[in-house]
Design a protein around this ligand. Sequence first.
Ligand SMILES: C[S@@+](CC[C@H](N)C(=O)[O-])C[C@H]1O[C@@H](n2cnc3c(N)ncnc32)[C@H](O)[C@@H]1O
Length: 350
Amino acid sequence: MRLKQRGVDLVIRLTAVPGRVGWVARRLLGWTEPKDINELYRMLLGRRPEPSEIEAKLGTHWRVALGDLLSSEEYEHPQEEDFAARFLERIGAFSISVDVTSKQLDRLFQDTRNYWQAAGSDVQTAYWSVLSADAWLGSQNRDQVLAFYETGRGNAESLIGIAENLRPDFCLSEARVLDFGCGVGRVLRHFVGRAAHCEGWDFSRSHLQLLEDNFNDLFQLDRSAFATRMLDSPDLEPIDAEFDFAYSLLALQHNPPPVMARMLRILLRSLAPGGLALVHLTTAPAIEGYAFSLDEYHKAEHRRMEMHALSRESIFDIAREEGVTVPWARYTNWCGPSFLNELIAFAKTD
Ligand SMILES: C[S@@+](CC[C@H](N)C(=O)[O-])C[C@H]1O[C@@H](n2cnc3c(N)ncnc32)[C@H](O)[C@@H]1O
C-alpha cells in the first residue's frame, strides 16, 4: 500500500520538476529525461538505474516508464532491507549549512519569494503552485476553485484532531489560529468561523490577494472574519507571542535551509504561552545526493519550485533555543515520498 502511495506521490512530484520551458515541453511531449528516469528508479525501486536501463527508457512517455516500473517484479517484491539500508545511508550523508549572514539570508528569502509571487500571479499556475497535480493546472472555473478549497477540509480536520489529542484542553472556538505559508487559504478557510481568530501569513502577495478575493467573493467572508500578513522580510522582530495554535503545511520545505530555519523560529516565537504548533517539514533529503551550501546554491539556476530539507538535529536545536518541546511527530505522504516528510508538533510551556 505504501509503495502504491509512493507511486501516486511520484506522479505529483514529476509535475514539479525544474525549468518552465523544459517542463511545458515535457508535459506536451511526455518525454522522460535521464533525471526523470533516475527519480523514478530511486523512488519506486530505491536504487539508481543502470546506464542500459536509462537508455531503454529515454524518450518514452513518463507514464509508460512509470507503468513499467510499477508492474515490475522488483517493485512488487522489493528487497526491503536493502532499501532501508540505502535510505539510511542517504540520510547519513545529508549535509547542510544554515549559518549565513543576514544579508545572505535576505537574498535567499527574496529569491524564493520571487518564485512564489510569480507562480501565484499567473492564473495558469496559481492553484497548481499550491497543489502540484494536473487537475489544478490552468485557469480554474468557480466549481473547480470550490473543489480546490474542499481539499483543505481533511487537512484542517486532521490538524484539529491532533491538537485535541496532544492538548486535551484545546478548544478551537477559543483559539487564535495562525496558518504560516497559508497560500490562497486552502486550509485556513476551514478554520474561519470556528476559531476565535484566524490569520494567514505568507511571503507571496499574489497568493494572499487570491485568498482575500476568494474569501470575499466565493465564501462571503467579511474582512473582520480573518486577517492576513505579508512577510516581506525574514527580519520580523518583534514578534508578538499571541497564537494558541499555529500550523504550516507544504510551505517551509520550499525554502533553502537557512530560510527554513529562520521561518521555523519566527513561527515558534509567534506561539502564546501554552500554544501548540504543527509544522510540516522535510527532515531527510528528497533528492539523492542532496546537500546545501550557499556557494553551490548561488551557482545554480533557480526558477522552480524547490524542495529542501532540514535535519532533525537542527530542528531540535531550534526548538530548544526557542523554548518549546517536541512532543510528537509523524511521517506524512503529503509532499513527495512519505518517509521523508514529517508533521512535527512543538509545544510552548505555560
Ligand atoms: C505549496 S503552497 C501551500 C499553501 C498552503 N499551506 C496549503 O497547504 O494550501 C506554499 C505556500 O507557502 C508560501 N511560502 C513558502 N515559503 C514561505 C516563507 N518563507 N514565508 C512565507 N510564506 C512562504 C508560498 O508563498 C505559498 O503560498
